[in-house]
Design a protein around this ligand. Sequence first.
Ligand code: F3S
Length: 413
Amino acid sequence: MPLTLTHEEQAWLDGRAGPALQRAMEIIVALGKIYGAQRLIPVESVQISGVSYRNIGDAGLRFLEQWVAEGARVRVPTTLNPTAMDLSAWRQQGFDPDFADRQQRIVQIFAQMGVGDGVPVPTCTPYLIGNRPSVGTHIAWAESSAVSFANSVLGARTNREGGPGAIAAALSGRTAAYGLHLEENRRPTSWVEVRTAVREVSDYSALGAVVGSAVKRGVPWFSGLLLTREDPLWEEKLKALGAAMAATGAVALYHVAELTPEAELQRPPAHHQLERLVVDDLAQGYAMLSDPVQRIDLVWVGCPHASLGEIERVAERVRGRTLRVPLWLTCARPVKEAAMHAGWVSEIEAAGGSVFADACLAIAPVRTLGFETVMTPSAKGAFYLRNLARVGVRFASLQACVTTAIRGELFDG
Ligand code: F3S
């Protein structure tokens, strides 16, 4: 069946509501045709990626300028992925004023479009600052870790949107009905049996690194994870698991037995033919994202952006200590403000660490900032630091990362 549009959607596509919306519709319709969609569906929220000046460059900046000059305005609540830098503290991070100017301009353009009601809050964890779509709602999010969290932990429905596709969805309030918007594509494709203790947040990251690289684009169904909603960090653990699988693979949805909203509905039948993966050791996950570096220039915590609970854990570990290696923690600005209120930011700063808002180190010019090696408790962070920022990485537990920062020499725990 061909893609069918409503009268209103057809009018937008014909340019009767202006060139900005027409361009958005052209993108949505093109994606719909590529993926065999039969209709478009309304989305309740959008999350836009492609915000870093380092990634989109001047060509991307001009593209956005032209779109907003044509009248591009968002139609549904829309949030923004991190930028390369803290929009207030970029000097402290060591950014060049010219780079900072262009990065600020990109954020201004999104503000003009109405992202965040004109005040964008760049973060990859919109669900930690109140944007939590409910089970079954259709959304169009772009950041891969947020897509995974929304689909798997919140039970919302989104594909992994690209940069222009997400903007087009924000301007039209529509996306094409294909992929994970359809029930039949939310069924598991592999059964992952976990037969080892998975305790720390970074252990979930290591597990995700192993599973993502094995199942690629699949939908894994996990058993054997002894995680419950009583664990105060259960969401952080699933955040880490999903982010890692989205990085080493392209997993956008997973189910955890007796925990995630669709897991029991999607439980594989007794005689299923699913690919089976047994994970009985996490060492491989840590090793696959660790380079043979001897010296650490920077410790980075907060990929995906840290929750209040994660900031508290760092503050507890550095309280009264002096860091010999810089430690940067990244989070959403409202989370930083709450952590300041709790006193955790000043404890981290007193030790010599920094808490930055808005920023993602993986999309920053890390070498230009003076760092050649970075240690992190995030598999996704290590994956992109290695592949995008081109620095040496060490992926380890939070305890090992903080101990390294305190001792000034690599501690592997
Ligand atoms: Fe977020 Fe950047 Fe990590 S966008 S998930 S902090 S790589």
